[in-house]
Write a protein that binds this ligand. Structure first.
Ligand SMILES: Cc1cc2nc3c(=O)[nH]c(=O)nc-3n(C[C@H](O)[C@H](O)[C@H](O)COP(=O)(O)OP(=O)(O)OC[C@H]3O[C@@H](n4cnc5c(N)ncnc54)[C@H](O)[C@@H]3O)c2cc1C
Length: 330
């Protein structure tokens, strides 16, 4: 975890840059990392994935929500997408971030919003809703909300971040709940989280094995790390595990050939499909994980159909990463 990662994480939390990105109307990843800017274009992207035997978990992009109006609007957009998925008959469910639907406004208000989303999802094909986990403070609250909801709803699940010390207990506690297992995308303190890549990878493998041997519900292994994926495949075979309860997940636009290869090998595969205008925080967190992801943008600058705004946005991100790389050299 070098300075580059920390620096990009800091940038991803910068509200001014986020607002600027939105103001320019940038959809720089429209053809790469963001599946669509609206519901119809996103449904088309999901159909394309489905044709390849891949399902989708759809995320309505949006961060820094501090008013009830914005949170209510986000909730309505999520419910509109749930209905669209059901109407289109595509194989997809939704991922939501609780900060987008009011966690920073009022926890009770947020809880009611999640309930409403779960009810709508239940009415539309008993669709699964995954509550993404965010930074530590919000993650703790996400689990508190899960604890209140999991008795009432079976279509709710969440994400375990392997860098957190508390993850081992969570795997044990949520055997019956559908879970996504990830390494973790935020900057956390040494009091609560492993800090080195080696420690995080080691704990990630340990947690995956613990979960796969004990789970009574679906497990999603969400990583682009081929070493981990190969390890998991071997583990599944060694222990003759039921593949119906296991899937791999990756982000839209990342390692697409590998995604298709894994799906062709007979494993369930689900792609995380972000859509909307508010791409900034999502994309800069991807740079924090892997600065080479900048290639996704710089390549798109040179495609003829890319518009001027996209180029400006890509330039901004390029400038940001240049600063980060200089900072790293220091
Ligand atoms: C579907 C999905 C959902 C997620 N949801 C959450 C969430 O709710 N909360 C949260 O905190 N985090 C979430 N994350 C992010 C996650 O925590 C990690 O930060 C992110 O996935 C990066 O770690 P990694 O496991 O993919 O591999 P990394 O540790 O980033 O990479 C390991 C190795 O894999 C290879 N590799 C990785 N990416 C590429 C690439 N694009 N091309 C070629 N090789 C590559 C490289 O060899 C690299 O060294 C999610 C990730 C995914 C995929």
């Amino acid at each position: 975890m070098g300075l580059t990662r920390d620096f990009f994480i800091m940038l991803s939390e910068n509200q001014t840059l986020n607002a600027a990105a939105k103001k320019y109307g940038l959809t720089l990843g429209a053809n790469k990392v963001v599946a669509g800017v609206d519901i119809p274009s996103t449904i088309e992207a999901i159909k394309e994935l489905n044709r390849k035997g891949i399902t989708a978990t759809v995320d309505n992009l949006g961060e820094f929500v501090f008013s009830k109006e914005e949170a209510t609007k986000a909730k309505e957009e999520i419910i509109a997408m749930i209905k669209a998925i059901d109407n289109a008959g595509v194989k997809a469910h939704m991922s939501i971030k609780l900060t987008q639907i009011g966690l920073d406004v009022d926890k009770e208000f947020c809880y009611e919003n999640v309930r409403e989303i779960l009810m709508a999802a239940y009415q539309h094909g008993n669709m699964h809703i995954n509550m993404d986990t965010e930074d530590y403070n919000h993650t703790v609250q996400t689990f508190e909300i899960l604890d209140r909801l999991k008795g009432e709803f079976k279509n709710v699940g969440t994400v375990i971040q392997a860098y957190l010390f508390r993850a081992t207990d969570e795997i044990e506690k949520y055997k019956d709940v559908r879970l996504r297992l990830v390494k973790g995308a935020y900057k956390e303190s040494p009091e609560v989280a492993y800090q080195t890549k080696e420690d995080i990878d080691e704990n990630y493998i340990k947690l995956i094995e613990q979960r796969l041997l004990s789970a009574k519900a679906m497990t999603s292994i969400a990583t682009h790390d081929h070493n981990i994926i190969n390890h998991v495949k071997k583990f599944i075979n060694q222990h003759n595990l039921n593949k119906d309860l296991i899937e791999f997940q990756m982000l839209y636009g990342f390692r697409t050939e590998l995604q298709e290869e894994i799906a062709k090998q007979g494993y369930q595969f689900c792609v995380y499909v972000p859509f909307g205008q508010d791409w900034y925080g999502y994309f800069v967190r991807r740079l924090a994980e892997r600065p080479q992801n900048l290639q996704l943008v710089t390549k798109s600058i040179f495609t003829p159909q890319v518009n001027k705004n996209i180029a400006i946005g890509a330039g901004a991100v390029a400038a940001i990463s240049a600063i980060a790389l200089l900072a790293k050299r220091k």
